[in-house]
Design a protein around this ligand. Structure first.
Ligand code: SF4
Length: 415
């Protein structure tokens, strides 16, 4: 473990405001998840079905990509398969230049974090406005998302009140209702002036060319409908064969993510010739992950975030120790090995993140697509040690185990 990483962990452990906010959120998730799953007669059977859908979709990925491309272009949309982050950014920057785009509104998308898209757009002179409330908060604070579902989950309402007061010039309040009203008022104008809207997608249906986006704020609908150009950016692993498959996964995603039976808004969008819609499907290391028998399973992730909510390590150190990486928690460590550095992956950083795992196994029980996260994490550590050699800390641990422990004197009757 590097000195920087150790220092980040030490700082996080002392961050009482972050722990207060995280405890409030974790308590809510823990209590509500049981309620959210209560109406499903056989939760495990549904998880097995979801798992089968993802296994089969990743197995047929190349065929489904072709099918999706056909469906999108037949409906009147533009389709682009980006091999890496650079290609995805270049496609969008070209579009922005050609259409004279000055302002972009975005709804929440972790893939665009992976591409560092905002940075590229801003360097090209384009104003970017995040419209998801959590994303907007961290954009104003100049931070990266703390959690894949709740990007600003670490900020107590008092901190948000202070931030809004400083950045938006409004009187301080820590009333959540008032804070939401302030955010809504400041965002409404942005939609009207924006030339281009960017959304992600939770699922991409190959058969129909339909993209499903779930939110609780409805900001995705304004983002995709008000500006003249709509760009959908998502990872290739989000493809499923049919709408029926997507609906099975949709039964599990909000329940696992935010402990809701369904999110407030579920948008299904299929390109039409009347709208200028561009679909960018991003590989960026995913097909290398697919070709790797040990890590292919990580592609089944539907980004619910429940493995983070339950993880004792994540709850202790929070999401900012994963700074520099897009994805957090154990699943984040696995993805870091493949998607960082323009799809080349960063095995050394992935090992560092994987070393946080306490092997409690709680994440495997929570995962709606039954990914064996602790086992994959152990394989990641093993792969990194084989490839990069063991770290000095590991060598020291081995030395201690080999030389000191066998010679220690029992300190009590039981050991
Ligand atoms: S690994 Fe499983 S629990 Fe974690 S975010 Fe992905 S789907 Fe959810």
């Amino acid at each position: 473990m590097s000195r920087d990483f150790s220092q980040q962990i030490a700082q996080s452990l002392q961050d009482t405001a972050m722990h207060t906010a995280l405890s409030r959120a974790s308590l809510y998730f823990d209590l509500s998840r049981t309620w959210a799953f209560a109406d499903l007669p056989d939760k495990d059977a549904l998880k097995r079905r979801a798992r089968q859908i993802k296994e089969s979709a990743i197995e047929q990925l190349d065929d489904l990509l072709e099918q999706l491309q056909e469906s999108v272009t037949r409906s009147g949309g533009h389709f682009y398969l980006a091999q890496n982050a650079q290609q995805a950014n270049e496609y969008l920057l070209k579009l922005v230049r050609e259409r004279g785009v000055k302002r972009v509104v975005k709804s929440k998308s972790m893939v665009t974090e992976e591409l560092e898209l905002n940075k590229h757009l801003e360097a090209a002179g384009v104003e970017v406005i995040e419209t998801d409330l959590g994303e907007r908060i961290i954009q104003l604070a100049g931070e990266r998302p703390f959690h894949i579902i709740g990007p600003a989950i670490h900020k107590p309402r008092e901190a948000v009140g202070k931030l809004f007061s400083e950045k938006l010039g409004v009187p301080y309040t820590d009333n959540p209702y008032e804070l939401t009203k302030i955010a809504r008022a400041s965002l409404r104008e942005s939609y009207l002036d924006a030339d281009l809207g960017i959304t992600g997608a939770n699922f991409a249906v190959a058969q129909t060319g339909t993209f499903i986006v779930i939110t609780n704020e409805g900001n995705d609908r304004l983002t995709m409908a008000l500006p003249k150009i709509h760009v959908i950016i998502t990872g290739i692993e989000k493809i499923v064969p049919t709408l029926g498959d997507a609906l099975v996964l949709l039964k599990l995603l909000p329940r696992s993510a935010t402990a809701q039976k369904l999110t407030s808004y579920v948008s299904l969008v299929t390109p039409t010739p009347e709208r200028d819609v561009h679909v960018i499907l991003v590989d960026n290391g995913r097909r290398r992950m697919r070709a790797d028998a040990q890590f292919r399973e990580a592609l089944y992730c539907i980004r619910c975030g429940s493995c983070m909510n339950i993880c004792p390590a994540f709850r202790s150190v929070g999401g900012h120790v994963y700074a520099g990486q897009t994805y957090m928690g154990v699943i984040g460590a696995l993805w870091t090995a493949f998607v960082d550095h323009n799809g080349q992956g960063d095995l050394a950083r992935a090992r560092e993140l994987a070393s946080l795992c306490m092997t409690c196994g709680l994440c495997a029980q929570e995962c709606p697509v039954q990914i064996d996260l602790p086992w994959r994490n152990a394989q990641l550590l093993s792969r990194a040690n084989e490839t990069l050699g063991r770290t000095p800390t590991d060598r020291l641990k081995s030395f201690v185990y080999r030389t000191l422990l066998p010679n220690r004197k029992p300190s009590c009757a039981c050991c």
